[in-house]
Write a new protein. Structure first.
Length: 365
């Protein structure tokens, strides 16, 4: 079942991404300058969310199948890079932050999956060099020229966000144009006017001025209402999620479920970090929602699916521990001579590879 799931999910997500991009160019139907959404039977959703899930699943699957004594095989690295580059290449023109987030998650999964350190260093250096050159190109090129570049309809938006973030010039309060960059301005006001315990639940003022108060900038509203304490609690909960998933993965006796839930946790937590950094002014605006907290359609459903996968693996490891405890008890009875014939029979079957199913990644459901 697992071998079938990523096989059909990946081409479907790639097809949907290509369709959305194509329709954006043909019809010019974009929201906030980007073609990220499509409507099916009256339901609007983002294909990029499905694509992120597909890439994480396929990456975990390839890493699990490509493991040997020396780490991940070179073929595994090549296959992962081909798939990731195709998907990120379709996401990037419409949503740079999502493409970068997905690529970073895959990079961390390959590091955990024992891909050659030399290849990862070369890849990381290449990415840093490319991003540096790309940002320098955006900042040095006039807006009119950027608008005429094919597939570059988002270049001016990215440029303005980077320029606004890197501009450290102090502006007097009387000359500050709060409507020019209202999202960031009101988010910072929400954080600045808070205190240790906040204004209290439901007493936010800036949510009436933030158009994305319940999605992209929800963390700023949390701090305004619940204060520094509420913000720290939210951060602590994401850290707990990452630690808990790591403990579950450590108990797995097979690589696929371990890589899968680690990839999911890295994706959720890194996205949360991006969102929180934007809300407090430590990163340029990215448009990433806060996982499991922000209001949303597709992202909420996909996040629920992620949590379901983590719970499924957790249940599997719990049953595995019960089986191990049961086998240890039977073995102890046999060694002390307190068992009957049925006990000896159970001990013999326990000693045999329960193994065949438990050690086979392909049979994991």
């Amino acid at each position: 079942m697992v071998s079938v799931f990523p096989v059909f999910l990946l081409p479907i997500s790639i097809g949907l991404l290509a369709f959305v991009m194509l329709m954006g160019f043909i019809t010019g139907d974009r929201v906030n300058g980007a073609a990220r959404w499509m409507t099916f039977m009256g339901i609007q959703f983002q294909p990029s969310e499905i694509a992120k899930m597909a890439v994480v699943i396929v990456t975990a699957f390839i890493l699990s199948k490509g493991q040997d004594e020396d780490g991940a095989s070179p073929k595994a690295f090549k296959r992962i890079m081909i798939i990731t580059c195709i998907v990120c290449g379709l996401i990037l023109p419409e949503n740079y932050s999502t493409g970068m987030l997905l690529f970073g998650t895959v990079y961390l999964m390959m590091f955990i999956g024992r891909v050659s350190a030399r290849k990862l260093l070369i890849l990381g250096g290449g990415i840093v060099a490319f991003v540096t050159v790309f940002v320098a190109f955006l900042l040095a090129t006039p807006d009119k020229t950027l608008e005429n570049i094919p597939m570059g309809h988002r270049f001016t938006t990215v440029k303005s966000r980077i320029a606004d973030f890197t501009n450290k010039e102090e502006v007097p309060a009387a000359k500050f144009d709060i409507d020019g960059d209202g999202q960031v301005a009101h988010a910072r006001i929400a954080v600045a006017t808070s205190n240790v315990v906040g204004k209290g639940p439901g007493n936010s003022v800036q949510r009436d001025f933030l158009s994305q108060a319940f999605s992209d900038f929800i963390f700023a509203i949390i701090i305004e209402e619940l204060g520094l304490v509420g913000g720290v609690i939210v951060v602590f909960l994401y850290i707990c999620l990452l630690i808990r998933v790591g403990r579950i993965a450590k108990k797995c006796d097979r690589t696929f479920p371990a890589f899968l839930i680690i990839g999911i946790a890295l994706l959720l937590v890194s996205q949360a970090v991006f969102n929180m950094m934007v809300a407090v002014g430590l990163a340029p605006v990215t448009g990433q929602p806060l996982p499991l907290i922000s209001k949303g359609g597709t992202s909420t459903l996909i996040n629920c699916a992620y949590i379901g996968m983590i719970l499924s693996v957790s249940r599997y490891t719990a049953k595995l521990e019960e089986q191990r405890a049961h086998d240890a008890q039977i073995t102890m009875q046999v060694e002390t001579g307190n068992g009957n014939e049925s006990t000896y029979s159970e001990a013999q079957s326990a000693a045999e590879p329960t193994a065949k199913m438990l050690n086979s990644d392909a049979e994991f459901e």
